[in-house]
Ligand binder design. Structure first.
Ligand SMILES: NC(=O)c1ccc[n+]([C@@H]2O[C@H](COP(=O)([O-])OP(=O)(O)OC[C@H]3O[C@@H](n4cnc5c(N)ncnc54)[C@H](O)[C@@H]3O)[C@@H](O)[C@H]2O)c1
Length: 338
């Protein structure tokens, strides 16, 4: 794959993973178009050193990809589509908006893939989620790291997990139709700079970092017991996976991206406090939802096919994310009292 001059559409490109991917692919010479409705993404994420990475008039489309016509417009003339736009949020939003989330993601994923097929796009990438693994397999502490096929028989805990599994299946079928090459990565919990930090929509690492930065104005409370565990992936490693799947992972089925060990939410909270350099008392609210108990990735397939491996450990990743969040909240004037 020669990225130089390749026309690449990144849906969800104003989001956490998409904006970091945009930066990486521009550095490799690709012509990037971003489509995002800014439901959770931000135009600010497309800045590098204060300047836009792309021409925001020509290469940025603020569109709702649940709308088929919008998908058709943005797919025209693209060589590669990396489809990252979907409704993603923290546990409270996910369980409080199950119908909205499933319906929206199904519309986005169906409209995008059909439009890419109709536009003659040659390579199409979809990203699934570790939330799609069956709830019972994630209900205990220390289960064996999942292999890709462990996702079946399917019984995800949330509508989000179902929607992402349906998206993977759709992508697989489109690939089997022979009209377009497709690639699927299945990410574990991705975190890093350009993340969403708001109380309404943030995921666990940015939420805890925000609480540490804003402490004592905001209480440092961990949702649940803190015993639940996740396999965290630093966003640069997720971007590595995306570049590599286009280069050498098309038509190979779903490939998991994540470490083969998990980190407890309590440890994440401790890393966030350590990054703050302050003495913050950690409290736990066990009335709040915990989600799945534990999961990690057997990443043999990613290593064999993509030559991928995780490179940033969670303590270092949280330190880097904290620094970004701190600067961002200061720039927005939101680091002090509400
Ligand atoms: N972050 C994770 O832990 C994780 C884990 C597994 C899979 N994924 C997947 O990776 C992809 C990117 O996730 P992310 O972490 O960057 O989240 P994100 O929310 O930062 O990025 C998703 C982007 O999609 C956009 N979007 C949502 N609805 C849209 C719509 N109707 N039309 C156009 N744009 C829309 C949002 O505004 C956002 O910018 C998603 O498909 C997500 O399911 C993420």
């Amino acid at each position: 794959m020669d990225w130089n001059g390749a026309r690449v559409l990144i849906t969800g490109g104003a989001g956490q993973i998409g904006s970091n991917l945009t930066e990486r692919l521009i550095g490799m010479g690709a012509e990037i178009t971003v489509a995002d409705n800014l439901w959770r993404g931000k135009e600010r994420n497309l800045l590098k050193n204060g300047a836009p990475m792309i021409d925001m008039e020509q290469q940025f489309h603020r569109v709702d990809l649940a709308d088929k016509e919008a998908c058709e417009t943005v797919c025209k003339g693209q060589d590669v589509v990396i489809h990252l736009a979907d409704v993603v949020a923290g546990i409270n939003f996910v369980f409080g908006n199950q119908y909205f989330l499933f319906n929206k993601n199904a519309l986005i994923d169906n409209n995008m893939i059909q439009s890419a097929l109709d536009a003659g796009v040659s390579k199409y990438v979809y990203v699934g989620s570790a939330c799609s693994y069956p709830a019972d397999k994630q209900a205990v502490l220390d289960p064996p790291p999942f292999k890709e096929d462990d996702v079946y028989p399917a019984l995800p805990e949330s509508a989000y997990g179902w929607s992402k599994l349906m998206g993977e299946y759709l992508c697989q079928l489109a690939g089997e139709s022979g009209k377009m090459e497709t690639g699927v990565l299945r990410f574990h919990n991705v975190y890093g700079p350009r993340c969403e930090m708001s109380p309404e929509k943030s995921q666990v690492i940015p939420a805890l970092i925000r609480k540490a930065i804003r402490h004592p104005q905001e209480e440092f409370v961990v949702w649940g017991s803190g015993a639940q565990r996740r396999a965290f992936v630093y966003v640069d490693d997720a971007v590595d996976g995306l570049v590599r799947v286009v280069e050498r992972g098309m038509g190979k089925g779903a490939i998991q991206i994540g470490p083969d060990f998990s980190t407890s939410i309590k440890e994440v909270a401790e890393h966030a406090v350590a990054a703050s350099g302050r003495d913050i008392e950690i409290t736990f609210d066990t009335t709040k939802p915990e989600g799945d108990m534990d999961r990690a990735a057997d990443w043999t397939k990613a290593k064999d096919i993509l030559g991928w491996e995780p490179t940033v450990d969670v303590a270092e990743g949280i330190k880097r994310t904290y620094a970004w969040c701190d600067a961002e909240l200061k720039a927005l004037g939101n680091d002090g009292p509400a």
